[in-house]
Design a protein around this ligand. Structure first.
Ligand code: FES
Length: 127
């Protein structure tokens, strides 16, 4: 039997709220899924250790796009410390149902977020 995407996942895929870019982001990241070649780009605006804005651009499947959107929603308004604690389980819970074969795609957004924070902290250390 072929598993289907949930309504929530399809809704976010068709009209993601956080798709786009930020003017003068404080940090960016780019991660890829070597298995399929899909790529995700994420941009963050950070003020006083809080994620004030976050956007993504994903060249990927519906699960990758929808999960990027969820990651942005979960991370916006959080401190960097809180954002680092977002787990794949949190993302899957929001998407309600992800076909087993697509679960790995849902981790791309978290990887992008963590890499962007890592890049930010690395650069902050150089100031
Ligand atoms: S198939 Fe590439 S991220 Fe889903």
């Amino acid at each position: 039997m072929i598993e289907e995407y949930s309504k929530e996942l399809l809704k976010r895929f068709k009209s993601p709220k956080f798709s786009g870019s930020i003017k003068n982001p404080d940090t960016v990241s780019e991660v890829g899924n070597p298995a399929c070649g899909d790529i995700m780009h994420m941009e963050l605006k950070i003020k006083d250790g809080v994620i004030k804005d976050i956007k993504f651009k994903t060249l990927g499947c519906p699960a990758a796009i929808a999960s990027s959107d969820v990651v942005c929603e979960l991370a916006k308004g959080k401190t960097l410390k809180q954002a680092k604690k977002i787990t794949p389980k949190d993302v899957l819970k929001k998407l309600k149902k992800v076909p087993q074969i697509k679960v790995h795609c849902s981790f791309l957004g978290i990887s992008a977020l963590k890499k962007a924070i890592e890049n930010y902290e690395k650069n902050a250390g150089k100031l």
